[in-house]
Ligand binder design. Structure first.
Ligand code: PLP
Length: 354
C-alpha cells in the first residue's frame, strides 16, 4: 500500500509522474532505449531540456526574453557558492531565517562583506523578521522564501532597489507571486519539483554581463546559460522527471490552481493543530509555511502512542528536524488532500485516547 508521504525532502512526487517516469526509464519516446542511455545531445533529450526550461519560465510567469532557466548540479548548496562567486563584488545583504540561510551566509563570506540585515535566530527561527533596512549599496539582497526546517515562509518581499536573490527550494511552483520581482531564483529539485540531482536556476539575463572575478567554468552562470545547461552532461533523469512534474503542474491549472489546493491543505492542518489541545504549532501564526507545518506535542509523555497511530495509518516521514523536535508535515504540491485529512483524523484519534 502506498504510504501517506510527509517527507521533507527528497519528498512526494505525483503518482502519475512516477508512472510516466518508470515508462521513460525503460522505453523513452518509443526509442527502444531508456532516457538514461541516450546521448544528452540527441534530439530527443534536447527537446526534454528545452521544454523543461521553457515550461519553468512559463509557470512562473516570466518572459523568456528577460530570464533564463538553467538545470544545474550540486544542489541548492552549490548555489550558496555560485551566487556570491558570480555577483558579490563588495558587499551583499542577507536575511537569516534559518539553517539554510545561515549556510548561504557562511559561503558568501568567502567572497566579500556580508551584512546580515536581520535574523530570527534569537527565537530558534520561529518567525520571519520584518522592518529591516537593506543598504542601497549592496550588490544584492539574499533571502530564503520558505524555511523547510522551521516551517516559516516569507509572505511578503521587502521593497528594495537592489537585485533580489532567493532560495526557493521548498516552495517554488507552490504559489502565484510576482516572480519578476526576483533577479535570481534557485531551487533544489527534490522538495517540490522532482528527484534529487538537479537544481533549477532562474536568472535575469541582464545580470549576466561581466563577472567581478575569474570564475571556474562549472560555477559560471554565463557559461551554463550560453550552453543551454549542456556545458557538461546534465543529470538527464532528474531533468526528465522534473519536466514530467512541471507538465503535471501545468495540467492542474498552473501555480494559481496549485496554490488554492495548497492553501486548503495548510488551512485544514493548521486548524487542527490550533484546535487540538495535545498539539501546539511551532512557527508564529503570521509566518506559517503552507509547505512545511511544524508542531510539537504539548507533553512528550504520549509520543509513543501518536507514533504508533501514525504508523498504523500509513503515515510516513513526519518526524521533525532535530533542531525543532516534534513533528513536521511537509505538504508539497504533490501531497493529496486525502493524506492531510488522514493525518488530521489520526490527531483526532490521539486526542480521543488521551
Ligand atoms: C533542502 C534545502 C536546501 C539544500 O538543498 P541541497 O539540494 O541538498 O543542497 C537549501 N535550501 C532550502 C530552503 C532547502 O529546503
Amino acid at each position: 500500500m502506498k504510504k501517506h508521504n510527509f517527507s521533507a525532502g527528497p519528498s512526494i512526487l505525483p503518482q502519475e509522474v512516477m508512472q510516466q517516469a518508470s515508462q521513460g526509464l525503460i522505453n523513452f519516446n518509443n526509442l527502444g532505449l531508456s532516457v538514461m542511455e541516450i546521448s544528452h545531445r540527441s534530439k530527443d533529450f534536447v527537446e526534454v531540456m528545452d521544454e523543461a526550461c521553457a515550461l519553468a519560465l512559463e509557470l512562473l510567469g516570466l518572459d523568456k526574453n528577460h530570464y533564463s532557466a538553467l538545470f544545474l548540479q550540486g544542489g541548492a548548496s552549490t548555489q550558496f557558492v555560485m551566487a556570491p562567486f558570480n555577483f558579490l563584488s563588495q558587499k551583499a545583504a542577507y536575511l537569516n531565517t534559518g539553517t539554510w540561510s545561515t549556510k548561504a551566509i557562511k559561503e558568501a563570506k568567502l567572497f566579500g562583506q556580508v551584512q546580515e540585515v536581520a535574523s530570527s535566530k534569537d527565537r530558534n527561527f520561529c518567525y520571519i523578521p520584518k522592518g529591516y533596512e537593506i543598504p542601497v549599496d549592496s550588490d544584492y539582497f539574499h533571502c530564503t522564501s520558505n524555511n523547510t526546517i522551521f516551517g516559516t515562509q516569507m509572505h511578503e518581499l521587502p521593497n528594495t532597489e537592489v537585485p533580489v536573490f532567493c532560495d526557493m527550494s521548498s516552495d517554488i511552483f507552490s504559489r502565484a507571486i510576482d516572480y519578476s520581482k526576483y533577479d535570481l531564483i534557485y531551487a533544489g529539485a527534490q522538495k517540490n519539483m522532482g528527484p534529487a540531482g538537479t537544481t533549477l536556476v532562474v536568472i535575469k539575463n541582464e545580470l549576466l554581463s561581466e563577472a567581478p572575478r575569474p570564475i571556474p567554468s562549472m560555477l559560471d552562470y554565463r557559461i551554463h546559460q550560453e550552453k543551454g545547461s549542456m556545458f557538461n552532461t546534465p543529470p538527464v533523469v532528474a531533468v526528465y522527471v522534473s519536466l514530467l512534474t512541471l507538465r503535471w503542474v501545468r495540467d492542474k491549472g498552473g501555480v494559481s490552481a496549485i496554490e488554492q489546493l495548497n492553501r486548503t491543505k495548510a488551512q485544514e492542518l493548521y486548524s487542527e493543530i490550533d484546535r487540538n489541545p495535545l498539539f501546539k504549532g511551532f512557527a508564529e501564526t503570521a509566518d506559517r509555511s503552507i509547505m512545511n507545518a511544524t508542531f510539537n506535542l504539548t507533553t512528550e509523555e504520549n509520543k509513543a502512542t501518536f507514533d504508533e497511530l501514525c504508523q498504523q495509518a500509513g503515515i510516513s516521514g513526519i518526524n521533525g528536524h532535530r533542531s525543532v523536535g516534534g513533528f513536521r508535515a511537509s505538504i508539497y504540491n504533490a501531497m493529496p488532500l486525502e493524506s492531510v485529512r488522514t493525518l488530521i483524523e489520526v490527531m483526532k484519534e490521539f486526542e480521543r485516547k488521551h
